[in-house]
Design a protein around this ligand. Structure first.
Ligand code: PXP
Length: 240
């Protein structure tokens, strides 16, 4: 079985920095430390409101990072322009609402499909790997295939919340399993992300066919206690 990749999302290093308007802690330093300690890619989400990562972070990180940078963007003209200019190796298109605390669900693929198609086509010209952040829904997997992306990332937020609240997660896990199978049948590379912890990652790892896990908030939080290198290594061990 091929190795499962770990994408380390460092948005919340920037959240801590921005909370005080200082220039530390440095997302670039976190990205390079993640690379050094076994991350397979580094993820940053350049939000419209620049709540955490900003363009300067993007420029610095893309210049120095040797492992792939995964840029998360909303489907907007502004982000299309930025991604076309910076040409990150990986791009994940995500939904965005101004007032949300975090990305609350997968993309609404029924909305703005014409623009999504245009965006995907344009970004693929730069040889970027394009992914869509979607709900574990068969319908959305079928639409993703038609849209011509390389990968999909399944939103695991609901599943992780149920685990955190010690509720029954079997139905949601079954939904994820079905979505992974459909994605693989379509020849899409399937990823998972949102809300993942050591516990939820350990459960999800048993679902065959997920190639990449993207983890941020919990990982950065645990780093406060154990350090970024040890936390990344622990996740890597769980994934493989
Ligand atoms: N994957 C995607 C597409 C995301 O937008 C995010 C952040 O919202 C994550 C993964 C990481 O989620 P978390 O920070 O909860 O681990």
């Amino acid at each position: 079985m091929s190795k499962i990749r770990l994408g380390v999302n460092i948005d919340h290093v920037a959240t801590v920095r921005n909370a005080r308007g200082e220039n530390y802690p440095s997302p670039l330093r976190a990205a390079l430390l993640a690379e050094k300690n076994g991350a397979d890619s580094v993820t940053i989400h350049l939000r419209e409101d620049r709540r955490h990562i900003n363009e300067l972070d993007l420029k610095k990180i893309i210049k120095k990072l040797k492992i792939p940078l995964n840029l998360e963007i909303a489907a907007t003209k502004e982000m299309m322009k930025i991604a076309s200019l910076t040409k990150p190796p990986f791009i994940c298109i995500v939904p965005e609402k101004r007032k949300e605390i975090t990305t609350e669900g997968g993309l609404n693929l029924n909305h703005n499909r014409t623009f999504l198609k245009k965006l995907i086509k344009k970004l693929k010209k730069n040889k970027s790997r394009i992914s869509l952040f979607i709900e574990p829904s068969i319908k959305d997997l079928d639409i993703a295939k038609k849209l011509g992306v390389d990968c999909v990332e399944i939103h695991t937020g609901k599943f992780c919340n149920l685990i955190n609240q010690k509720k029954n997660y079997n139905k949601e896990l079954a939904r994820i399993k079905k979505a992974v199978i459909r994605g693989n049948e379509h020849g899409l590379e399937v990823h998972a992300g949102h809300g993942l912890t050591y516990t939820s990652a350990r459960i999800l790892i048993r679902v065959r066919g997920i190639k990449e896990f993207n983890i941020g908030h919990f990982l950065v939080g645990e780093s406060i206690f154990d350090g970024l290198p040890a936390t990344i290594k622990k996740f890597k061990k769980i994934l493989n």
